[in-house]
Design a protein around this ligand. Structure first.
Ligand code: FAD
Ligand code: 2HG
Ligand code: ZN
Length: 476
């Protein structure tokens, strides 16, 4: 943990006292963790690059308990760190100093599911995969899917505005989330848990909390629109020779697969090497510079199959695709998805990671990987690129044997300047958290950041919610 320069000062929040502990213990009937070994898992982030020093982890079960916790913390000037599944990749989910961790782990009840409308209402701590399994039994699915589905909570997903593997088809949470219940810093319960598709009555306040990374309130319940489960799902893994060709294949897939296209992901050969080497996954194709994963989901397998076959014939016959395999059977589909979904996990085994999550205009999306490779030369063990090509989202990971400040200085701010120059975003879907908050100016004008800071003051005047995260400090 030595590499991460905590270039921040603890703000003047109160420290937790014995009396505070007694209050929380009474309120939560013992659902308070002070055991340092258990706390460790919540103080350290998923990438194991950050460590906070919280002495208290609270596990409320109800909105009322969250409300009482926040009212008390606000009165006492105690800082709070909301936490879901702790799978965030930008250090938003762990304390920086001794903030009290409020975990949604025990808020995991499904409140209702309406099979007419497809609207699911549930508590914020429901694990994404559990929700999806619950819905699948009723022929529905969640509108989002992430590699971290086994651990991440729906509240955390909404708080980060997570994108993931299905965004291409079902859109972002800004469209599928219909309502939220949020507890504000002073304990006020904001019940905007609507399940209506259309509701133009005043400002859409829920949007403020989507992607706010726990800095404006704690999300306690979510109302979300869920699509039907598709009767027919097929996955194709294709190899191709150059990035330009992956774009041509994307264009072709949009025109030939149209409404049944549900994912268009890509990885370069270094990602393939990392998953095969560290996770012992098998590559079903011959070696290729780039791989594309295409998923189709539709209601009629014959119809979908016919479309997919036509598409594959076309892209293979004109030489865009050099090799390919297709699956309709669940196990084979899972095995192909694993090559893409498990890259993050495999990279952790490869060395120290400099992780970037970038949006760029499609034509330039891979250029930055080549630029960084040339710039860093042998100082980087690997420079890999993969991501949600269909959404214009590249995951650039630079791997080194260990943390190296000089290497970091060669990457930043150069990389951020390059992204800004090319009209991209320095965070496509992971958020800013603790690690990236000071780079917000590369993607947002000063006036926008100022309005964000004013909104923070209105909703959380004492700044107790996730301090040191998302927004740069006022002086900047
Ligand atoms: P946490 O990590 O616990 O918290 C994330 C942020 O949200 C923190 O700032 C926290 O304070 C805040 N927060 C959490 N719960 C609440 C709440 N109830 N109210 C208010 N604030 C809250 N992300 C993507 O976008 N797309 C992907 O494809 C993707 N794939 C991933 C794959 C892997 C293997 C891993 C490890 C991560 C991946 N992520 C991805 C990142 C991460 O999983 C998402 O950001 C996820 O939405 C975080 O959910 P969580 O419950 O773990 O939240
Ligand atoms: C994914 O799409 C995640 O797999 C993680 O967003 C990306 O590890 C990464 O860089
Ligand atoms: Zn992603």
């Amino acid at each position: 943990f030595t590499h991460m320069q905590y270039n921040v000062q603890r703000l003047g929040f109160a420290a937790v006292t014995k009396e505070d502990m007694v209050f929380f213990d009474g309120l939560l009937s013992g659902r308070l963790v002070t055991d340092l070994d258990i706390l460790e898992a919540s103080n350290v982030d998923w990438l194991r690059t950050l460590r906070g020093h919280s002495q208290v982890l609270l596990r409320p079960q109800t909105t009322e308990e969250v409300s009482q916790i926040l009212r008390y913390c606000n009165d006492r000037n105690l800082a709070v760190n909301p936490q879901g599944g702790n799978t965030g990749l930008v250090g938003g989910s762990v304390p920086v100093f001794d903030e009290i961790i409020v975990s949604t782990a025990q808020m995991d009840n499904i409140i209702s599911f309406n099979t007419n409308s497809g609207v699911l209402i549930c508590q914020a701590g429901c694990i994404l995969e559990n929700l999806n399994n619950y819905l699948e039994e009723q022929d529905f699915i969640m509108p989002l899917d992430l590699g971290s589905k086994g651990s991440c909570h729906i509240g955390g997903n909404v708080a980060t505005n997570a994108g993931g593997l299905r965004l291409l088809r079902y859109g972002s949470l800004r469209g599928t989330v219909l309502g939220l219940e949020v507890v504000l810093a002073d304990g006020t319960v904001l019940n905007c848990l609507s399940s209506l598709r259309k509701d133009n009555t005043g400002y859409d306040l829920k949007q403020l909390f989507i992607g706010a990374e726990g800095t404006l309130g704690i999300i306690t319940a979510v109302s979300i629109l869920c699509p039907r489960k598709s009767a027919a799902v097929s996955v194709a893994l294709l190899g191709c020779d150059s990035f330009e060709r992956t774009l041509d294949i994307f264009k072709e897939s949009k025109s030939m697969l149209g409404e049944i296209l549900s994912a268009f992901e890509f990885l370069d050969h270094s990602c393939r090497a990392v998953v095969c080497e560290h996770l012992k996954l098998r590559n079903p194709l011959q070696e290729s510079p780039f791989y594309i994963l295409i998923e189709t989901s539709g209601s009629n397998s014959d119809h979908d199959q016919e479309k997919l076959n036509h598409f594959l014939e076309k892209v293979m016959s004109c030489g865009l695709v050099t090799d390919g395999t297709m699956a309709t059977e669940e196990n084979k589909i899972k095995a192909i998805w694993a090559l893409r979904e498990r890259i993050t996990e495999a990279l952790v085994h490869d060395g120290f990671l400099y992780k970037y999550d970038i949006s760029l205009p499609l034509e330039r999306i891979y250029e930055i990987v080549t630029v960084m490779k040339d710039r860093l030369g042998t100082r980087a063990k690997r420079v890999v690129g993969f991501g949600h090509l269909g959404d214009g989202n590249l995951h650039l990971n630079i791997v080194a044997e260990a943390f190296d400040q000089q290497l970091l200085d060669s990457i930043e701010p150069y990389l951020y300047e390059w992204i800004a120059q090319h009209c991209g975003s320095i965070s496509a879907e992971h958020g800013l958290g603790f690690k990236k908050k000071n780079f917000i100016h590369f993607s947002k004008p000063r006036a926008a950041v100022q309005i964000m800071q004013q909104m923070k003051v209105i909703l959380d005047p004492k700044g107790i919610l996730n301090p040191y995260k998302t927004l740069p400090s006022f002086s900047q």
